[in-house]
Design a binder for this molecule. Structure first.
Ligand SMILES: [Fe+2]
Length: 232
C-alpha cells in the first residue's frame, strides 16, 4: 500500500487562521453592548482589524496565486477572482455600516449594531464557501500545474511581501489554529530565516494562546534539531 503523501497546501494554515479570526470577530460583535462607548469602540476596532487583513489577504492571492494559476491553467482562477471583487465591495459596505453606527445615538445604535452583526455573519458565510473553493478547486489546479517546490516558492514570494506588523497579527491567528505538525513546520522555517529576536517575539506572543500541552509539545519539537546537532 502506498503511503499517504499529501501535496503542499498553500491555503491550509492561513485559512485556518482566518476562519478562527472571523468566528472570534463575529462573536465580539454579537456580545457588544452598543450603548456602551468602550464596548462599541473595542468591537469596531476588532472588526476593522479583521477587514483590513481580509482585504490584504485577497490582494496577496490576486498578486501571487492567481497569476501562477493563469500562467499554466488559463481561466482556472476566474471564479475566485470574481469572488474577490465581491469581497472588496462587501468590506467597503461593512466599513460604511460601522461608520454609521459610530455616528448614531441612543437606541438606533443597538439597531445598527445588530444589523452589522448579521451583515458580518453573511460575509463570513460567503468567505467559508469561497475558501472551500480555493482549497479544493484552486489547489487541484495548482497541484496539476506545479510541483511542491514551485508552490512553496510562490508562497515564499507572497510571504516576503507582507509587512512585519501584518505578519505578526496574522501569526497570532494562524499559529494557535494550526495543527501541531503545521505549527512546528511554520516555526522551524521561521527560525531558519528570521532574526532571533523576531522569532523569540513570536514565541512570546504564542505561548499564552496555546494549551500547556501544545506548548510543551512545541518546545520539545523545537529543541530536537539542536539536540540532534549536539549529538552529531
Ligand atoms: Fe481568496
Amino acid at each position: 500500500m502506498e503511503a499517504f503523501a499529501p501535496r503542499y497546501n498553500i491555503y491550509a494554515v492561513i485559512h485556518k487562521g482566518l476562519r478562527a479570526w472571523m468566528a472570534h470577530t463575529l462573536q465580539a460583535l454579537g456580545r457588544a453592548d452598543w450603548l456602551d462607548a468602550e464596548d462599541s469602540a473595542a468591537a469596531l476596532a476588532e472588526l476593522r482589524s479583521l477587514l483590513a487583513v481580509c482585504r490584504s489577504h485577497l490582494a496577496h492571492e490576486n498578486d501571487f496565486i492567481h497569476p501562477a494559476m493563469e500562467a499554466r491553467r488559463p481561466g482556472s482562477s476566474g471564479q475566485t477572482q470574481g469572488d474577490h471583487g465581491e469581497h472588496v465591495r462587501a468590506i467597503d459596505t461593512l466599513l460604511a455600516r460601522a461608520g454609521a453606527l459610530e455616528a448614531a445615538r441612543g437606541a438606533r445604535r443597538a439597531e445598527l449594531g445588530y444589523a452589522l452583526y448579521l451583515a458580518l455573519a453573511m460575509f463570513v458565510a460567503e468567505n467559508h464557501e469561497h475558501m472551500d473553493i480555493e482549497e479544493v478547486r484552486n489547489n487541484a489546479a495548482l497541484w496539476a500545474a506545479y510541483g511542491d517546490a514551485e508552490i512553496l516558492a510562490i508562497e515564499q514570494a507572497l510571504v516576503a511581501s507582507i509587512p512585519p506588523p501584518e505578519m505578526m497579527l496574522t501569526l497570532r491567528w494562524m499559529l494557535p489554529s494550526a495543527s501541531h505538525g503545521e505549527r512546528c513546520a511554520l516555526l522551524m522555517g521561521m527560525r531558519a530565516g528570521a532574526p532571533a529576536e523576531v522569532f523569540a517575539g513570536v514565541l512570546g506572543m504564542l505561548q499564552p494562546l496555546l494549551t500547556p500541552r501544545d506548548w510543551t509539545r512545541l518546545q520539545d519539537a523545537l529543541a530536537q534539531p539542536a539536540e540532534m546537532a549536539k549529538a552529531a
